[in-house]
Structures are given as structure tokens and as C-alpha cells.
Design a protein around this ligand. Structure first.
Ligand SMILES: [Zn+2]
Length: 140
């Protein structure tokens, strides 16, 4: 993916946050955010951010092959997590944990992590990843 530096800086806030919208009519949360509630069709929506909440690990996959620019991230763990308060399912990298330490239902917290580096432009891209709140080595 090619990013221009000005565009990257313009958009950086959205890369660092997990934005969603909460419907003021039906109360449901739309993630990814949309301009119309996908449950009731209302346009009366407020922005909320999901990256303040802890989340539980639902499922995950381990990727051993990595594209150019991601080589230092082998293997990568991609999980589906569910936020504990708003119950939104999010696809996100899982970090600071070994694959064998993962268990369904473990509590995770969002952290800002380097996702990859664009060597040509010299940019380092950051994004939200999730890491275990308690290290699982030796059981909890
Ligand atoms: Zn709604």
C-alpha cells in the first residue's frame, strides 16, 4: 500500500483509534462506523471510541507467511476480540504473547503498536493491537 506523507499525517488520528458510532435511536453500536445505523436506519449517531475498553479473545489465527514490510512480525497473530462493555467484535492483531499462550476468553487491552514500516517513504505505521492483561505463562 502506498501512503503519501501528507495523507498519512492527515489520516493518522483514524489509524490510531477504533472509531465506531452509537445510534441514539436504537442504542446499538455500528463498527466499522457508518453514516446510517445498519440496524434501524437512523442517522442520529454519535461517535464513540472502542480503544478505551478491554476486550476478550474470541478466536484467532496465526500467520506464518508475511508480506514485504512485515518480516519482523513473524508469526503474526490476528484475533477477533469482543469489547467487554459495548460487546463489539473487532478484528485486530494480538501482540506481546506467544501463540501457545493464547486461550479463548482471556482478557486483552488495546495498545498502540508499530504495524509495519514503509521503507521507501521512511514511514512507520502504527495501529491498535491487543495484548493480554495478565501474562498467561505458567497459568493464571
Ligand atoms: Zn439504530
Amino acid at each position: 500500500m502506498q501512503f503519501s506523507i501528507p495523507r498519512f499525517w492527515r489520516e493518522r488520528a483514524s489509524h490510531y483509534r477504533l472509531k465506531a458510532v452509537k445510534c441514539r435511536k436504537c442504542g446499538r453500536i455500528n463498527y466499522p462506523p457508518s453514516s446510517v445505523c445498519r440496524y434501524c436506519g437512523s442517522k442520529d449517531l454519535e461517535e464513540i471510541y472502542l480503544d478505551k475498553e478491554k476486550a476478550k479473545l474470541l478466536t484467532w489465527t496465526i500467520i506464518y507467511t508475511t508480506p514485504i514490510g512485515f518480516e519482523d512480525k513473524k508469526p503474526r497473530i490476528i484475533g477477533i476480540v469482543e469489547t467487554v462493555e459495548t460487546h463489539v467484535k473487532i478484528l485486530a492483531p494480538i501482540t506481546d504473547v506467544l501463540p501457545e499462550e493464547l486461550k479463548e476468553g482471556i482478557l486483552l487491552e488495546p495498545v498502540l503498536r508499530r504495524i509495519n514500516q514503509d521503507r521507501e517513504a521512511g514511514l512507520i505505521h502504527y495501529g491498535i493491537a491487543y495484548r493480554p492483561v495478565i501474562k498467561t505463562i505458567g497459568g493464571t
